[in-house]
Ligand binder design. Structure first.
Ligand code: ASP
Length: 442
């Protein structure tokens, strides 16, 4: 039997109707035995996530203000779900303890974690599963990062000792013995940690979309869904702003070679997206390109100097100046007598005088040109390593749509082509590239 770990996001567990869908999904397959739950999310657009309401309570308590009404609203959300499901759940006792904590000395992470703690306890009770509190088996080290080795060992033992369990998402035990949370959206990370520790065959991440899309739907109308994507491609697209999951959720399962399946709780028959260690060169539809993503908000620092190619250490000096200012760089396109560094506009703006002064003094350039308002677009696909003409297609599509290319970079892994263009052309360029790669074959 294949063992699966399933993580359900906040919108999948926002009310009792969603709980029922989740229960149906879990019971549909015998291997669905490890579950990770988020706190209740929004029930509609105007609604507030329970995690945000918990942060409100913490702020009110810290400021010595009355947190009672806000906490009662949260209590009502849980008691409504419990009542509707007829689940055994002592809401009054749980909230009594939280009230006590807020009165005595509120802790931010502890408060934030209560949404996952309560929702997972409630889900476990309604499913008849064991409840696992991650404060006993997910550990952070002294610099605040996950202690992966200890967690894998202890959590692995805990899960071995239970047949079916719900583990609360989003938090664990800090080095100081207090509750510590991951960053927002961190239940995805818990799901990956549980999948690894339980040696699951699949990590199913259940949310409210049927997988990842090949382009941003706010820019491209009805983009194709991605059926299968490799971890590497996902990383490239996520870095460029395409988000489907918490970024840190990839690492635990990637090391263990466990595939992730993104699924939709509201459309459980949809296959969703498979994130796999490796995949064949072409997509299911015979395409070389898996997805297109991009971001605005970059600046280019261009340094020109005659005979630059003969000057040993020039590039290192330039990058050091930028690093010393605490700015990280994205790309370094270079020519014989010029070199550009693409950086985040905001970071650059905050440090521009120091950077420009140091370049002028230390590198003595013929000219120093700063261009801001650059957008970067990545065209990503493992298939392009083996296929000729992908770059030509990128350039032709952009040229035909009057988009001027300001920078070109192909990553050394050859699974992406990145172009820098004017921010004003961004939407047009994304559509042009989408049409070129997705509306025709190739
Ligand atoms: N509830 C937390 C948040 O809203 C964590 C999560 O849902 O993954 O960020």
């Amino acid at each position: 039997m294949k063992t699966k770990t399933l993580k359900f996001g906040g919108s999948s567990l926002a009310d009792s109707a969603q709980f029922r869908k989740v229960s149906r999904i879990i019971h549909e397959q015998t291997g669905r035995v490890y579950v990770v739950a988020s706190a209740p999310g929004k029930r509609n657009r105007e609604d507030t996530k329970v995690t945000d309401m918990l942060y409100d309570c913490y702020e009110l308590a810290k400021a010595g203000k009355d947190f009672g009404p806000r906490l009662s609203e949260i209590e009502t959300r849980f008691s409504d779900i419990a009542k509707d499901l007829g689940a055994e759940f002592d809401c009054a006792a749980e909230f009594g303890a939280i009230r006590e904590h807020l009165r005595k000395g509120p802790e931010r992470d502890y408060m934030a974690s209560r949404g996952e703690y309560l929702n997972s306890k409630l889900l476990a009770s309604s499913l008849g599963f064991d409840f696992v509190d991650p404060s006993t088996c997910i550990f952070f080290d002294s610099d605040g990062n996950l202690n992966a080795t200890k967690t894998n060992e202890v959590l692995g033992k805990v899960l071995e000792g239970t047949e079916k369990a719900v583990v609360a998402g989003f938090y664990g035990l800090g080095y100081d013995g207090r509750i510590k949370t991951f960053s927002r959206g961190g239940s995805d990370v818990t799901g990956a940690i549980v999948a690894r520790a339980s040696k699951s065959d699949v990590y199913e991440n259940w949310t409210d979309v049927s997988g990842m899309l090949s382009a941003d739907p706010r820019i491209v109308r009805d983009p194709e869904a991605i059926r299968e994507i490799s971890y590497k491609e996902l990383r490239e697209l996520s870095y460029m702003g395409a988000s489907v999951m918490h970024e840190d959720a990839v690492f635990p399962v990637r090391t263990a070679g466990i595939p992730i399946n993104i699924r939709n709780t509201n459309r459980p028959a949809d296959e969703g997206t498979w994130i796999v260690p490796h995949r064949s060169n072409l997509t299911e539809n015979g395409r070389v390109v898996t997805g297109i993503a991009g971001k605005k908000g970059f600046a280019s620092i261009r340094v020109e100097k005659a005979m630059l190619n003969n000057e040993v250490g020039f590039a290192a000096k330039l990058l050091n100046i930028i690093a010393d200012a605490g700015v990280s760089f994205e790309h370094v396109p270079s020519a014989i007598d010029s070199m550009s560094v693409i950086v985040d506009s905001e970071d650059f703006r905050a440090n521009r005088f120091r950077i420009m002064e140091n370049i002028t003094e230390q590198l003595n350039p013929d000219s120093l040109i700063i261009d801001s308002g650059i957008a970067l677009i990545a065209v990503v696909g493992v298939g392009m390593v083996y296929k000729r003409g992908v770059a030509a297609k990128v350039f032709t599509a952009l040229a035909q749509n009057d988009v001027n290319i300001r920078m070109i970079d192909q990553g050394s892994s050859e699974i992406n082509i990145i172009v820098g263009i004017d921010e004003a052309d961004y939407e047009k360029a994304v559509n042009a590239l989408y049409d070129a790669f997705f509306k025709s074959r190739g």
